[in-house]
Design a protein around this ligand. Structure first.
Ligand code: SF4
Length: 403
């Protein structure tokens, strides 16, 4: 069990690479071993165990494979706890389209804030333009949290993993879409008095991505920071007028609020009843909310498990940085990808822009006392280890067969 000490936090790792073609060296065996090390024994009989996943939308099937989710469900059942998989109502409602059903998962699927997204508990926040957020009621009801996340890129903050899975997915739709996603506009970045309507229209035209909008009637200019790739063409076009100002602080707000939002939720669980599993598979550039199939921009890496949400996020980001981008897989609609800079940029910052440095969220989370960025990566059943092991003989098909 992970406790908050000065020691680095333990993060267990099962690599996609294997040293033997036998099942004992496969990813499923590694997941079982990671779960053993995570030690589910702190789950008590009859505990209600929320397995928070992102179940994707529409065609977005590249989430945590149901195959692995079912293994986690089975491991929870062995403790005597009652597992259920949960996500926002829409994703739960059409989850079967992506293969997630109570039959395939082995447990019920429950909408995280009720069927109409109205079952929640309001919490006060004092963060820029955010004064309250509504925590999904089903998470408040649960005794145990298993944060089962797909590691991937994210257009707003560079990266989405364990923190994002609960910081956004643990709140109701209005909190998520209007408040958390609206926080970036809370620092003033446009001076209306200095900007004529003509200049505002010119600025709109300069954005090659179409992320600047101008409402002439209200004389109001807005930037969709979540989509902005920081090409800075608008800032160049503004030279001489100087009505537009934005920088890393605008982009950082989202990550700071994510850390705060996740903290509010994990605090509702006892420290020994929180578990984190990150799946570094099918690592796409955009998050699962997009509801589309995407090329994987980073090779598959494996599975991580920890009791420390900060450590697992830090380790995930480090492993992705070490693996690097598969350049040929970067979709052409990312038009400001920085592959050449010698600056130490995380692969996701190269795609989404250097002001969307994905490590920020782990810094904020550590400062809030959510965990430690210092970690010990413990690889289980490594390829080196399993290549020395002897596979059991004659077990290629040990269940009922059609042959
Ligand atoms: S920095 Fe580039 S992408 Fe962002 S709003 Fe300005 S012109 Fe558009």
């Amino acid at each position: 069990m992970q406790t908050m000490t000065n020691q680095p936090s333990q993060v267990y790792f099962g690599s996609i690479q294997h040293g033997n073609p036998g099942r004992f060296a496969s990813m499923s065996a590694k997941l079982e071993k990671i779960i053993k090390h995570l030690d589910f024994s702190t789950i008590e009989k009859k505990d209600k165990v929320a397995i928070k996943m992102h179940l994707g939308f529409r065609d977005g099937y590249q989430t945590v494979p149901v195959f692995f989710a079912r293994r986690v469900v089975e491991a929870v059942k062995e403790t005597g706890g009652y597992p259920f998989v949960t996500d926002n109502p829409t994703a739960v409602y059409n989850a079967a389209e992506r293969g997630y059903t109570s039959e395939t998962l082995g447990c019920p699927l429950i909408p995280v804030a009720g069927v109409k997204d109205g079952y929640h508990e309001e919490r006060e926040f004092d963060f820029h333009n955010v004064d309250t957020l509504s925590i999904a009621g089903v998470l408040r009801d649960a005794d145990v949290l298993i944060d089962l996340s797909h590691a991937k890129g994210h257009n707003t903050c560079g990266y989405g993993g364990a923190i994002k899975n609960i910081a956004l997915g643990g709140y109701t739709g209005p909190s998520r879409w209007k408040k958390i996603h609206g926080v970036e506009n809370s620092i003033e970045y446009w001076d209306a008095d200095k900007c004529s309507p003509e200049h505002a229209k010119e600025l709109v035209e300069t954005c090659p991505e179409g992320h600047i909008k101008y409402d002439e009637e209200k004389h109001e200019l807005t930037i969709a920071f979540g989509m902005c790739n920081q090409c800075m063409e608008c800032i160049d076009a503004d030279e001489g007028t100087d009505c537009l100002h934005f920088g890393p602080e605008n982009f950082a707000l989202f990550q700071e609020l994510m850390a705060n939002g996740a903290n509010e939720i994990i605090d509702t669980f006892d420290e020994d009843k929180r578990f984190y599993l990150n799946f570094l598979l099918d690592i796409t550039a955009l998050c699962d909310c997009w509801g589309i199939a995407q090329p994987a921009v980073v090779n598959d890496i494996g599975i991580l498990g920890s009791r420390d949400i900060v450590a697992i996020e830090q380790a995930t980001l480090d492993l992705i940085a070490k693996e690097g981008l598969v350049e040929s897989m970067i979709p052409p609609y990312f038009r400001n990808v920085d592959l050449d800079s010698e600056d130490e940029l995380h692969p996701f910052a190269r795609i989404h822009g250097r002001m969307k440095t994905p490590y920020l969220v782990t810094e904020y989370a550590e400062n809030l006392g959510m965990g430690s960025r210092s970690y010990e990566l413990i690889e289980l059943l490594s390829p080196d280890e399993t290549k020395e092991m002897e596979a059991p003989k004659g077990v290629s098909e040990d269940q009922p067969t059609f042959f």
